[in-house]
Design a protein around this ligand. Structure first.
Ligand SMILES: [Zn+2]
Length: 282
């Protein structure tokens, strides 16, 4: 039996990229450490702060909510509110959001549910087939930001994993969109509540493992409009042969982003500009 490097108990994970073998307790601590490292890059949360967490019924956002609750367990002055957005995708989203609301209830986190139909008068199902994914992405960003600002949240936390961030970084390189490097660290232009991605240093596989261990595996159904991204296949192949590739890629992009400016700012948009683009988005 393989034993935990730190305490000798039975392992739940072997990390090829670090060489570590960890039991459940030390795996949880390792995941929380990675989240704290990301949170340290943002400003520490002040007394009486509120964090909005985007929750979608998938294992990543459920893992995010549970881990933030665990990390801030002793911060009684810090409030967490979950935001659920119904894009209007039949056979997919209603079930996911029912699950998400149960997760929030189980973790004793208050939640707010918003919908495309209520905000924009149209569901994603009814949008132009060519524009569905863009409409969905931009609309969700707008609704999450609207709700986070309305709550006066100090930050809006979303569930992107290391795999998501590395994929975005490689896509930027492959498309030659070097002007987009800064967006890996900055919030979208129409955001006031700073966007944070606490799971961005945690591999998706470990996010899934954490969720399974803690009974939060989430809905298995996929968005019917989602496409398989070739970039992910390339990255998975590299990661299998060279463990740590995703970390290396993300670190390289973060260093370049640091050279481009401070985190969570938007050099192009003033607060007035936010109001204009926000209204346009809604
Ligand atoms: Zn251990």
């Amino acid at each position: 039996m393989i034993r935990c490097d730190k305490c000798g108990r039975r392992v739940v994970v072997r990390q090829k990229y670090s060489g570590a073998s960890l039991c459940q307790e030390h795996f949880d601590q390792d995941l929380y450490r990675k989240i704290r490292e990301v949170l340290r890059l943002t400003r520490p949360f002040s007394r009486g702060a509120r964090i909005a967490v985007a929750l979608g019924g998938d294992c990543a956002s459920s893992c995010l909510l549970r881990s933030l609750k665990a990390i801030f367990e002793r911060r009684k002055d810090l409030e967490i509110t979950a935001l659920l957005v119904d894009e209007g995708i039949e056979g997919y989203r209603p079930e996911s959001l029912d699950y998400a609301s149960r997760v929030a209830d189980m973790l004793d986190v208050p939640w707010i549910r918003l919908s495309f139909r209520g905000a924009f008068g149209i569901d994603v199902d009814d949008a132009d087939p060519k524009d569905k994914c863009t409409f969905c992405r931009v609309g969700k960003d707008a609704l999450f930001n609207y709700a986070a600002v309305d709550l006066r949240a100090k930050a809006l936390a979303t569930g992107e994993t290391l795999d998501d961030e590395a994929r975005a970084a490689l896509s930027i390189c492959l498309k030659g969109e070097t002007d987009q490097i800064g967006r890996l660290r900055r919030s979208p232009c129409f955001s006031i509540a700073p966007r944070i991605k606490p799971l961005s240093r945690v591999p998706a596989r470990e996010v899934g493992l954490y969720a399974r261990i803690h009974g939060l595996s989430g809905m298995k159904n996929r968005c019917p409009y989602a496409r398989c991204l070739p970039v992910e296949k390339v990255l998975s192949g590299f990661e299998a042969k060279h463990p740590g590739t995703r970390y290396s890629l993300l670190r390289s992009m973060e260093r370049m982003a640091e050279m481009l400016g401070p985190m969570n700012g938007c050099e192009k948009t003033s607060e007035k500009g936010y109001e204009n683009s926000h209204e346009k988005s809604l």
